[in-house]
Design a protein around this ligand. Structure first.
Ligand code: 13P
Length: 342
């Protein structure tokens, strides 16, 4: 049975479920492993990810799909079962990161543009064969004095639209991710500046998606929340983050989009959960609002694991706990007390 783009997109943002972003590039996962003093090798990366994907309760109850890196979609578990088969058996949809990274944008010092369009049609066809039914492309927008430039916004939005069109042609649901960074060397901007830049970026992205004839019902948006820069002395309350994020999204994201799955972007695990829950508690939203967290789902699990086989069970417990908390948040039902009760 061939599922339609609309069916897949709906399943990705099903009630109480969200996406596990486990698509760290080899360079990024090395940074994560450095925090536990573990060497990053194909086997250690496999062991770590297998540990996550074998977390039955999390994968069956709270996670709808997993974003994989190219290496992982081809890897087998220690017992020889393809990792993709393990997640499918738990009812999760395999997804794949297809951009090739954010590179320096020529003519715009200190800004980035995401690359990866060359050969993308052929790569998508292969990933479909390997089981991927959705993909991810992350564009990066940096806030600083006088930045972002229109050049950066426009080039990144255009790249996202061309990627999304190729995905839909291949029967793959595009996750469209324009990330306005909350961290970075000059991240002292306040929440209102984040609102303004995100609004501009999303308006531009949807204009480009429209020009590229994207089927909005067959995509998922992955935005940042509206939040002050990490170095801003004036951090907004969680309630203000929730209100301003909803306002920004309502003004820019068409109701035809089935779901919005946030990135965590450097927020602590618990705060990312709280923000999502507060937004869903506001209610009356035209789209499903859920998570597509990397760090906010994995950080406690990596710490508990520490690279040691004897810690697999406690790492799975830590991952399952965060997945469950975020599932509650996707229903607007998370309370601080749930953290303690576990
Ligand atoms: P974070 O939640 O750690 O920001 O990662 C999500 C992601 O996939 C970024 O592209």
């Amino acid at each position: 049975m061939t599922e339609t783009l609309e069916d897949i997109a709906k399943a990705m943002v099903a009630p109480g479920k969200g996406i596990l972003a486990a698509d760290e590039s080899t360079g990024t996962i090395k940074k994560r492993f450095d925090t536990i003093g573990l060497a990053s090798t194909p086997d250690s990366r496999r062991d770590y990810r297998e540990m996550l994907f074998q977390s039955k309760e999390a994968m069956q109850e709270y996670i709808s799909g997993v974003i994989l890196f190219d290496e992982t979609i081809r890897q087998k578990a220690a017992d020889g079962t393809p990792l993709v088969d393990i997640m499918k058996a738990a009812g999760c949809i395999p997804g794949i990161k297809v951009d090739t990274g954010a590179k320096k944008l020529a003519g715009s010092p200190n800004e980035l543009v995401t690359e990866g369009l060359d050969g993308l049609r052929e790569r998508l066809a292969e990933y479909y064969e390997l089981g991927a039914r959705f993909a991810k492309w992350r564009a990066v927008i940096t806030i600083a004095d006088g930045l972002p430039s229109w050049n950066c916004i426009k080039a990144n939005a255009h790249g996202l639209a061309r990627y999304a069109a190729l995905c839909q042609e291949a029967g793959i649901v595009p996750i469209v991710e324009p990330e306005v960074l909350m961290d970075g060397p000059n991240s002292n901007h306040d929440i209102d500046r984040c609102f303004e830049v995100t609004h501009w970026a999303l308006r531009t992205v949807f204009r480009e998606l429209n020009d590229a004839r994207i089927n909005l019902e067959g995509m998922v948006l992955k935005p940042n929340m509206i939040i002050a820069g990490q170095k801003c002395p004036n951090q907004a309350s969680a309630e203000e983050v929730a209100e301003k994020t909803i306002k920004c999204l309502k003004e820019t994201v068409p109701a035809a989009v089935p779901g919005i799955a946030f990135l965590s972007g450097g927020q602590s695990a618990e705060l990312a959960t709280k923000h999502l829950s507060l937004m869903n508690a506001i209610g009356g939203l035209p789209w499903s609002l859920t998570f597509s967290y990397g760090r906010a789902l994995q950080a406690p699990a990596i710490k508990a694991w520490g690279g040691k086989p004897e810690n697999v069970a406690s790492a799975q417990q830590a991952f399952t706990h965060r997945a469950k908390m975020n599932s509650l948040a996707a229903k607007g039902a998370w309370q601080q007390s749930h953290e303690m009760a576990e």
